[in-house]
Ligand binder design. Structure first.
Ligand code: G3P
Length: 218
């Protein structure tokens, strides 16, 4: 099974279309039974999106429920229907110590941890925490037109090899993914799926794009 993680970020389109995207995923999930459909939704939409498809938060504070005004704990995410959370996305970076803490909190409380890494140095540190998934996303390619699999095929291969040999985590890639070819290339390099934002969120024909991406993942 390969993962299609659509990160809504804080894009207006992401907020406006999160539920529609989840609904589309729900509609085609039988046809693409080998694709794990996931939306990384804004906090305020976790409940609505999670009624339709697997849902991640985009980040989590490493606190226990209690007197922490404005923080978001694992408990709140679970109550809102999330099955897990992104951790250390390059737009929401935390320290390595916090990454480890967040992975442990997820493990202890039945949430899936999707840890983002900007480079192989970080990947080598994060495999030791054995998160549910590690996503390699070079920050300079995020939001751009050139995909990680086209720009850095050797690094992607090294990444998937490291994850396979050192952890039980899924190896996902993201950044600049815009075409089905970007996806088939990343799969050929050993990835278990992709994280994508602008390639779905910011395009008018996002429904067709989801289909095309699923064909490339299957
Ligand atoms: O989390 C996914 C993301 O950072 C990649 O963004 O717009 O390059 O697909 P994008």
């Amino acid at each position: 099974m390969r993962s299609l993680v659509v990160n809504c970020k804080a894009y207006t389109e992401g907020i406006d279309r999160a539920v529609a995207i989840a609904s589309e995923m729900y509609g085609i999930s039988k046809r693409y039974s080998d694709v794990d459909f996931i939306v990384a939704a804004p906090y305020t939409l976790l409940r609505d999106v999670s009624r339709l498809t697997k849902t991640l938060a985009q980040s989590m504070d490493t606190i226990e429920p209690g007197a922490f005004t404005g923080h978001v704990s694992w408990y709140e995410l679970k109550k809102a229907g999330a099955v897990g959370t992104l951790i250390n996305h390059s737009e929401k970076r935390i320290s390595i110590r916090e990454v480890e803490k967040a992975v442990n909190i997820c493990r202890d409380n039945g949430l899936l941890s999707y840890v983002c890494a900007s480079n192989l140095r970080e990947v080598k540190k994060f495999v030791k925490f054995n998160p549910y998934a590690i996503a390699y996303e070079p920050p300079e390619l995020i939001g751009g037109e050139v995909s990680v699999s086209k720009a850095k095929p050797k690094v992607v291969k090294q990444f998937t090899d490291i994850v396979r040999s050192k952890a039980n985590s899924l190896a996902l890639v993201g950044a600049g993914i815009k075409t089905p070819e970007d996806i088939s290339k990343s799969v050929a390099l050993g990835s278990d799926g992709i994280l994508v934002a602008s390639g779905i969120i910011k395009v008018e024909n996002w429904e067709e794009t989801i289909y095309n991406f699923c064909d490339a993942l299957s």
